[in-house]
Design a protein around this ligand. Structure first.
Ligand code: 3HC
Ligand code: NAI
Length: 647
């Protein structure tokens, strides 16, 4: 079947695009639209054309799978120009998403109308490129330069009502989109037509505007190349004739398309989409998830509950006693109240989210839940006791999950009558924000239980990654090696502050030492002490020396750095230098690039060991873990990608 079909309703023709799954602009679609313009221009009975899409969305953009290959005609900028120059005005009728090339097609149309829940945007920077078919040149002609800069440098889409207010679309359609768009077209052809977008004027902000914008973009891009390039392209649009700006944009697009950053971001894009539906589980039905319980309302429990409420499901919270129930509910309320403060939620929405959580100490309340997620203290005895109770009260098919970070899930499940419905679901803090969900089956976990873990990941809009059982699973195991390697550099005489600066320069939000100061050095210390108490041979770390001296991080006024009260900025510490004297070699001249190469290399080496042991299924899975759980820069593709390609 053709991806483009034409129908006529009197004077208004309808061009329908049907290219599942997301109507991406592959060659066949570009050719189909090209031919449609010619056919409808040649038909004297047609006065206007409505462009509409079948399926879940309007045209979602260029076909990203074509980016690694040479471009094939008709090229997208030519197609947009062809639609814009059509003798009959085209009306883009948008539902779902009009993104990137999809929005550029809409910009070629004389009018744009959209359903209220539709979104439009220029997400190209998230793929390491910039718009390649006029996005940076036409968009500011509709909404002004500042809004275009915001859209294109962040890649964040706008919902239809905001797009309407910004001048990016002409109407929000209530009810049936096709009917509404046809009615819009009928009315529009009775009026004088507006200029095509390319012929409209554009404002020219002064040099100070661009300087400010460049500074802001460089700060937020943290090393990604595309955001500043898209800014330069919008500037060109504001300062040069239309055709010159189009050439400038296209050249930049073609250049960036072939870069390592773009390859990294494309790889991550497809890995993220593959992760929630692993091929091995394609034929396994997940169990329904309608009601979930969480045991423990501390840091993690409250975050997990918030994530489940955000997905619209009711939650039961079980705590140790009534006071703990109240504290747990207050922890959850704090998350939603924070949403109100930041303007993300109304009071009423926050209240409704809170109302969906029932707190109790009574395990009988769990008789009909579909899943239980345990997030109590990290102590094997406490966890085992919890699962013994769960085994007694829950339905035999209810999935029972632990959020343990380091304990062996097999030991936790030992007391369960039917361990096939047991699984590890390892969330990351804050659990309502962080996208990563490590899914840790035991040898007894059934395929249905595993599939239900992934179903939960999809429901909560997480990036689920399966991990085998080992100390720290995928993410924390690599973290441990990374931190040990960073300490190794300190021992070799590399200053702590230079290591942190190197990793920030590499694109992480924080270096390894300032991150430990924020989270607290005591957690890992206690873990090592626990292992030592069990007779394991765990070498004394530099972190141990600091904790023994009372330096647990920001919360104690100092860790690897000193902190002045009320100020989170780390200050190089003479006390630490003194404490570590004798452990540390004289200062070396290692550069920041060399430091980052060593530390990322260590992460990748641990990742390789994890692959060799079958703990992770693919390098892409490891990269997703580091990007979505540990703030590894997305544009570097993750440690495995980066160490292969050396970006
Ligand atoms: N090209 C190729 N395949 C794409 C694609 C694209 N632009 N966008 C999505 N897909 C594929 C996905 O890989 C997935 O494939 P799978 O089913 O085999 O795993 C399938 O389409 C469905 O995608 P999602 O799971 O993401 O579907 P959702 O319904 O959740 O989301 C969406 C729909 C919001 C459109 C989302 O897919 C999306 O954001 N897509 C990317 C949009 C984008 O970045 N467009 C810009 C491209 S660059 C460009 O246009 C350059 C131009 O300026 C020249
Ligand atoms: P926390 O100490 O903040 O919360 C634990 C909660 O469990 C407390 O509210 C406590 O009252 C409750 N609790 C203890 N025993 C209970 C019992 N028998 N029945 C019901 N409730 C009980 O701990 P946190 O940080 O939330 O950690 C919970 C689990 O999540 C641990 O296994 C931890 O390893 C894991 N985890 C923690 C992460 C973090 O960053 N804090 C990240 C990922 C996992």
């Amino acid at each position: 079947m053709s991806v483009v079909t034409i129908a006529r309703t009197g004077e208004i023709a309808t061009v329908t695009v049907d290219n599942p799954p997301v109507n991406a602009l592959g060659q066949a679609l570009r050719q189909g639209l090209w031919d449609a313009v010619a056919e409808l221009d040649a038909d004297p009975s047609v006065r206007a054309v409505v462009l509409i899409c079948a399926g879940r969305t309007f045209i979602a953009g260029a076909d990203v799978t074509e980016f690694g290959k040479p471009p094939v005609e008709p090229h997208l900028p030519d197609l947009v120009a062809r639609i814009e120059a059509a003798e009959k005005p085209w009306v883009a009728a948008i539902h779902g998403s009009a993104l990137g090339g999809g929005f550029e097609i809409a910009l070629g149309c004389r009018f744009r109308v959209a359903l209220a829940d539709a979104q439009i945007g220029l997400p190209e920077v998230t793929l390491g490129i910039i718009p390649g078919a006029g996005g940076t040149v036409r968009t500011p002609r509709l909404c002004g330069v500042a809004t275009a800069v915001e859209m294109a440098t962040t890649g964040k889409p706008l919902r239809a009502p905001k797009a309407l207010a910004a001048g990016l679309i002409d109407a929000v359609i209530q009810g049936d989109l096709l009917e509404g768009a046809v009615a819009f077209a009928r009315a529009a052809i009775e009026q004088p037509l507006p200029l095509p977008v390319s012929a409209r004027p554009i404002e020219t902000p002064d040099a100070a505007f661009w300087l400010d914008a460049e500074k802001a973009v460089a700060k937020s891009a943290k090393g990604a190349a595309a955001p500043s390039r898209v800014l330069a392209s919008i500037r060109k649009a504001a300062e040069a004739p239309f055709a010159d700006a189009m050439n400038f944009e296209r050249e930049t697009f073609m250049e960036l398309r072939g870069t390592e950053q773009a390859a990294a971001l494309r790889t991550v894009f497809f890995a993220e989409r593959a992760a929630p539906r692993p091929a091995a589980l394609r034929d396994v039905a997940a169990l329904p998830l309608k009601k979930i319980a969480v045991i423990g309302g501390g840091t993690m429990g409250a975050g997990i509950i918030s994530a489940i409420r955000d997905a619209g499901l009711p939650v039961i919270l079980i705590e140790r006693d009534d006071d703990a129930v109240a504290r747990g509910l207050a922890n959850v309320a704090k998350v939603f109240d924070g949403g109100v403060k930041r303007g993300k939620l109304t009071e009423a929405q926050a209240q409704a989210l809170k109302d969906g959580v029932t707190g109790t100490t009574d395990y009988e309340a769990l008789a009909d839940v579909d899943m239980v997620i345990e997030a109590v203290f990290e102590e094997i005895g406490v966890k085992r006791a919890v699962f013994a109770q769960l085994g007694a009260v829950c339905r035999a098919d209810a999935v029972l999950a632990t959020n343990t970070s380091y304990l062996d899930p097999r030991e936790i499940a030992e007391a369960l009558p039917n361990p096939d419905r047991f699984i590890g679901l390892h969330f990351f803090s804050p659990a309502n924000v962080m996208k990563l969900l490590e899914i840790v089956p035991t040898p007894d976990t059934s395929p249905e239980t595993l599939a239900t873990g992934f179903a939960l990941g999809r429901l909560l809009k997480k990036i689920p990654v399966q991990s085998g059982i080992c100390d720290g699973f995928i993410g924390n195991r690599i973290l441990k090696r990374y931190r040990a390697a960073a300490e190794g550099l300190v021992r070799r005489g590399v200053p702590i502050a230079r290591i942190d600066a190197a990793m920030r320069g590499y694109g992480l939000a924080m270096g390894p030492f300032e991150a430990q100061d924020l989270g607290g050095l005591d957690i890992a210390f206690l873990q090592r002490e626990g292992a030592r108490a069990k007779g394991q041979d765990v070498a004394e770390t530099l972190g141990d020396i600091l904790v023994r001296a009372g330096r647990k991080g920001q919360k104690t006024g100092g860790g690897w750095y000193d902190y002045v009260a009320g100020d989170r900025r780390p200050q190089v510490s003479a006390v630490v230098a003194e404490l570590l004297r004798g452990q540390v070699a004289p200062e070396t001249g290692m550069t920041e690039d060399e430091i980052a190469a060593v530390l990322v290399g260590e992460m990748a080496a641990e990742g390789q060991a994890i692959l060799d042991e079958g703990i992770a299924a693919s390098p892409a899975d490891i990269d997703l873990v580091k990007i979505h759980g540990y703030g590894f820069p997305r544009w570097r593709g993750g440690p495995m990608f980066a160490s292969r390609s050396r970006i």
